[in-house]
Design a protein around this ligand. Structure first.
Ligand code: ZN
Length: 352
């Protein structure tokens, strides 16, 4: 079925759920003080009070604006001490001002809670002003990473092959690649994988960008979403063949492993997202490598506690579960191009 047909059928469902699922990572950062890990929820959505009030309520899943106080109030009984705060800027395809407001809001939250809030910039993928906003986020607002959401930006698998239709995907990666060198720090890209129609293998298009820009840390959200089984199977083969090109790739376990845990989700009359078989899922994660997976909740749509509760029902060993909760992009945060003598060589290459 053509993605456009599915899109129209799913539009209502998408509005309700897509943003729930768009991105989430949970992990932990090594504490310089004692070498212990501090748990991180790698996928938490923020929303400013101003845009929350201005948006049509039909477009909103949040029952209230989401700031740091709200986030940590819901994490009181969990081991999580830090969050990756995802700007809702990517949701504003038609308003540069609202997008910028969301990025300013999240950057300010990180300033209010230094060390607790890891700010990720959000931009829609089609407007030509997205690239300028990425530069502003990283240089002026000092944000740590970027969140993009292809289907929320109207980007589907078939679009990747059309030149001039989707220039921004490659442009975004190229820009981040050069910003990492200019700013001398890693800038991870969190890419939502949700709502690509199941069975169309849109995720395969993403493999190309990871391999073309192996120095850009990439985090795929939602365990490859509805195509988890096929996608993770292919990924395991890819990683075996090109381990160096996938060295900076992580996958977050937000939303999908919770929503599909032993339960189908009916998307339309014709399409059902099949339940996740827990044994098969864990087996596939082991094939890919447990070290590639990180924890995320997708708050406020699914809580960290709920995610932890469901993950504990999968047949992971305690060691594996602990590893997943300890994994995060800080493990891979220093791209090799920024290490030692590589930097000068890379700068020369860029200038050339
Ligand atoms: Zn999300």
């Amino acid at each position: 079925m053509r993605p456009s047909v599915i899109i129209s059928k799913l539009v209502f469902f998408s509005l309700i759920i897509s943003f729930c699922l768009d991105c989430k990572l949970l992990g932990q950062e090594r504490s310089s003080a004692n070498n212990d890990y501090v748990a991180i929820d790698n996928h938490v959505h923020y929303m400013s009070p101003e845009n929350w009030q201005a948006l049509d309520s039909e477009d909103l899943l949040e029952h209230r604006p989401i700031n740091t106080e709200v986030v940590f109030e819901h994490m009181q009984n969990t081991p999580i001490k830090r969050v990756v705060a995802l700007s809702s800027g990517y949701r504003f395809n038609n308003s540069k001002e609202k997008m910028m407001h969301e990025n300013n809001f999240v950057a300010n939250e990180a300033n209010r809670y230094p060390g607790k809030v890891i700010p990720f910039c959000g931009v829609p993928m089609r407007p030509d002003w997205a690239l300028g906003e990425i530069v502003r986020c990283m240089k002026d607002l000092n944000m740590e990473g970027l969140k993009i959401h292809p289907t929320a930006s109207g980007v589907y698998g078939e679009d990747f092959d059309k030149k001039n239709t989707i220039v921004l995907f490659d442009d975004i990666y190229a820009l981040i690649n050069s910003l990492q060198i200019k700013l001398k720090r890693p800038i991870p890209i969190l890419v939502d994988t949700n709502w690509w129609p199941p069975g169309e293998k849109s995720y395969e298009k993403m493999f190309a960008f990871v391999k073309k820009y192996p120095e850009v840390p990439t985090i795929w959200a939602h365990a490859l979403s509805f195509d988890w089984e096929d996608g993770l199977t292919k990924l395991a083969t890819e990683i075996k063949e090109f381990p160096q090109l996938y060295k900076n790739l992580l996958i977050d376990l937000s939303a999908i492993p919770v929503m599909l845990f032993n339960k189908d989700i009916v998307l339309t009359d014709a399409i059902t997202a099949p339940a996740i078989n827990p044994e098969k899922f864990v087996m596939l994660l082991r094939k890919v490598g447990i070290e590639k997976f990180v924890f995320g909740s997708d708050f406020p749509f699914i809580s960290a506690q709920e995610t932890l509760d469901v993950l504990e029902q999968y047949p992971f060993t305690q060691k594996e579960l602990s590893q997943i909760i300890n994994n995060n992009y800080y493990r891979i945060k220093t791209p090799s191009v920024l290490r030692s003598g590589c930097l000068n060589a890379a700068s020369r290459l860029l200038k050339g």
